[in-house]
Design a protein around this ligand. Sequence first.
Ligand code: ADP
Ligand code: MG
Ligand code: MG
Length: 894
Amino acid sequence: MVKWVYTFGDGKAEGSARDVALLGGKGANLAEMASLGLPVPPGLTVTTEACNWFYNNGRVLPPGLQEEVLKGIAGMEAITGRRFGDAGRPLLLSVRSGARASMPGMMDTVLNLGLNDDSVQALGHDAGDARFAWDSYRRFIQMYSNVVLGLDHELFEEILEDEKNRLGHEFDTDLTAVEWQHVVSLYKEMLEEELGEPFPQEPHEQLWGAVSGVFSSWMNARAVTYRMLHNIPEAWGTAVNIQAMVFGNLGTSSATGVAFTRNPSTGEKTLYGEFLVNAQGEDVVAGIRTPQSITEEGRIASGSERPSMEKLMPQTFAAFREICDRLEAHYRDVQDVEFTIERGKLWMLQTRSAKRTTRAAMKVAVDMVAEGLITREEAIARIEPSSLDQLLHPTIDPKAGRDVIGSGLPASPGAATGEIVFTAEEAVAAEAEGRKVILVRIETSPEDIHGMHVAEGILTTRGGMTSHAAVVARGMGIPCVVGAGTMRVDLRNGRLIGMGMTLEKGDVITIDGSSGQVLAGRVAMLQPELSGDFGRLMEWADGLRRMDIRTNADTPSDARAARSFGAEGIGLCRTEHMFFDGGRIHVMREMILAEDEKGRRAALDRLLPMQRQDFTELFAIMHGLPVTIRLLDPPLHEFLPKTGKETREVAAAMGMDEAVLGQRLDALHEFNPMLGLRGCRLAIAYPEIAEMQARAIFQAAVEAARETGAAVVPEIMVPLVGLRSEIDYVKGVIDRVAQEVTGEAGLRIDYLVGTMIELPRAALQAHAIAEAAEFFSFGTNDLTQTTFGISRDDAARFMTIYQRKGIVDHDPFVSLDFDGVGELMEIAATRGRRTRPKMKIGICGEHGGDPVSIRFCENIGLDYVSCSPFRVPIARLAAAQATIAAKAVRLGDA
Ligand code: ADP
Ligand code: MG
Ligand code: MG
C-alpha cells in the first residue's frame, strides 16, 4: 500500500530534509527541524504523490488518505492535549501548500481550520481572550472562502474597511471582540448571499475541502506562470502540510515574523528580519502594518522608533538567535525562517535555503569558506553562473547630481531608469513596444509577477525588506526599492507624488536599489567593479578549472574588456568585421567587384596596411596570449549594396556604370549563400585574399614582438573545411607567405594553422584533416546549422513552435544538442587526436558561454572554451564547476 502521510512533531519525524521530492521543501524541512528537537508544532505532510493521484483521477483524494490523515491528527491531539472538532478544547489546524521548489506566495494556506460558531466561543474561553478567538475566526473564514470556495479577498476587505471607517479605527488590532464578532456575522451574510449556502461548520468537511483546495492551488494562474518562468515541471505537484496552530495573535506577548540568518541583499553576517506583535500568518509580508525589526542593529539602521524583538522579548530573542545559528550550522547555508511567538513561547514554522542576490551569494560563499563551514569547491558550486549577469548591473555614478524625490528600503541592488507605469499590464504593454519601465505600485502581489518580470526596476510605497516585491525582485535580479513611505501613489489619477514633485505615467525616474533612493529623470551610471568577493571566487575557480577560457573578440575594445574579465586569449577573431569600418568598405567593394586578379590585388594592397594595423593592436593588447584569427568567412555579397538606392550611391562613389555594377551584383548572386562561396572556398577561389590576410598577420606578429618583447604565436584558422585537400591548399598559401615575411624580417615566427570544425564531414574526417590542421575549434553555430539542416537565421520562426509543442526541449542554437552535434564533436576530438595526440581543441560558437554546454566540453576533453567578453566570468565559473563535477563522477565510479 502507498504511504500518503508522513508525520512530525515532539522531537521525531518520519521524513527528513532528503525527502524534498516527496514531501515538498516545507514538509521535508519541518520534519528535519522536528528531528533536530527544535520547537515545531506537530503535524503531518501529505505527499506530492497524493497530489499527482488527485490530478490523474479527476481531482478526488486518493483512497486511504483520509484514514492516514486522521491517524496523524490523533497523534497531534495526543501531543497537544486538544481535539480536532472538539467544542471544549479544539485543536485548530493550518493547511499549507509546499512544493519541491520554493514558490513564495504562489499557492495557498488556510489557518485556524476547525473553527465554527461553537468552537470560537470555546477557544476564546480557553485562552481567556475572546477578541483573539473572533480575530482568528474571521481570518479563517476569509482564507477558507478564498482558497476553497473561490471568493475574492476584496469582498472581505471591503466589509472590514467599511467597519473600520464606521468605528473610527485605524488598525485591525484596534477592533474589540464584539466588533470582530460583528464583522464575522457580516462576512457570513455576504458569503451566504454569494454562494447560496452557509459557511461550512463541520471541521472534517472543512479539512477535506482545504486539502483539495491546496492541491487545486497547484494549477492556479499565478502558480502556472511562476512554474513557466522558473522551469518547474508541472508533474512535481505540491505536498500539503497539516499542522497544529500556534497563535501569534494572542495579545502583546505574541508575535509572528520572518528572518534571514544573514542579510539576503548584502550577505553580511547579521541576523536580519521583521516581526509584528499580536499578528498572524502573512501579516508581516502583506504590508498591512509596517513590521518592526528583529534586532536592535536593524532597528537603528532603519531609523525606526518602534522597539525591536531583541529589546521587547529578550529571552525569546536569545532562543531564536540560537536556533538560527543551529540551523545555519546544520544546513551549512543561509536560512530563511518563519516563526511565531505564542505568549512568549517560540515556535518555528518554516526554514529553507534563503534566496539572495548574487552579491550576497558571493559574500556568503567566501565567508563560509573562511568560517570553515564549506570548502572552496562547495563555494564555487553554489553560485549559479548565469546569475553573474546581476553583477554586471550598473550603479549610479557617485559624482552625478541626484534629484532625490523620495526614498525607501534598498531591497534589491543595482540602479535602473525607466518610464513610470502603475500596473503590471502597462509594464508588459510598454515592454512589447521596446520601452523601459519602472513598475510603481503601493505594494506588489503575486498577480503582478508578469509585470515585474519585464520591468527595469520596481518601486513600492509600502512593505518591508521581506515584502513580496523585495523577495521577488531579488530573485529576478531586478533593482528594487520598497516602502518609499514619503511618496504616494495616486492610482485614480495615475500619479506618483514625491517630495516637491508630482510625476505622471510615462515620466522618467531612476531608482537606486542599493541606497533606496528614488531620483527624478535619468542619472549617469557606472559599470560595476569586479573585485572583492567576486575576484576571490574567480581566483578559486581559476585554480580549479581544467579548461582555458578565451574570448571571441574582433575589436581592440572587445579584447580589452575580455582581458579585464579574465580571458586567457582570443579564441575567435572574425576578420570580416574589420572591413566594414569607415573608408574600408569602399576598398573592400573595389576588391570584390574587380574584373580580374590584377584589379583585386591592387585593392588588396591598399587593405593590407589597415588589416596589419588591426592585428598589431590586438597582439599588443593580448600581450603574448594566444590569438586565433579566422580568415575571411562570409559570402562576398554581404559587403555589397542591397537596395537600388545603395547600388546607385556605390556606383557613383566608385565611378562605375550603374548597369555594369548591376551585372556584377547579379553574377555574384547565390541561391543559398550560407552553403555557397564562403569560408575556405573563398581562399581557394581567390587565394590573393588569404595571402593578404596572412601577410598582415605575420607582419603584425613581427611588429608586436619587436614592440612589446612578448612573442605572439598567431593561430590562423581556416573556416568551413570539409575536405583534407581544402586545408592542404590553404595551408600551402599561408606557409608560403610565412616564408616570405620571415625572410624579409630576418626573424623567426612561430605560428599554427588549424581549422574550424563546422561541417559534419569535417568531424567524420577529423583524422585526415588533422594531418594538416594543427588545431581544431568547434564552430558550433554552423555545426548545429549543418547537422540539423536548419538555417540559424530562419530558425526563430519555428523553434518557438517546436519548443511549445515539445518537439525539442531547448533551442539547440543556445544549448548544445548533445546527442547529435555533441556526438559529432566527440568523434572529431577523438579522431583528430588519434592523428595528432597533443592537438589543441576548443569551441568558439555561442555555446562556449553556455554553462550546460561548457560542462559537455569539459567531458569530451576540450582544451578551452571561447565566448563573448561579457560571458567570460560566467564561463570561468562554469568551467570550474564542470571540473568539480567531472572529478566527483570519476571518484563515484572508482
Ligand atoms: P508560504 O508558503 O506562502 O510561506 P506558509 O504555509 O508558510 O505559506 O504559511 C504562511 C504563514 O502562515 C506562515 O508564515 C505562518 O506565519 C502562518 N502559519 C502557517 N502554519 C502555521 C501554524 N501551524 N501556526 C501558526 N501560524 C502558521
Ligand atoms: Mg502564502
Ligand atoms: Mg512560508
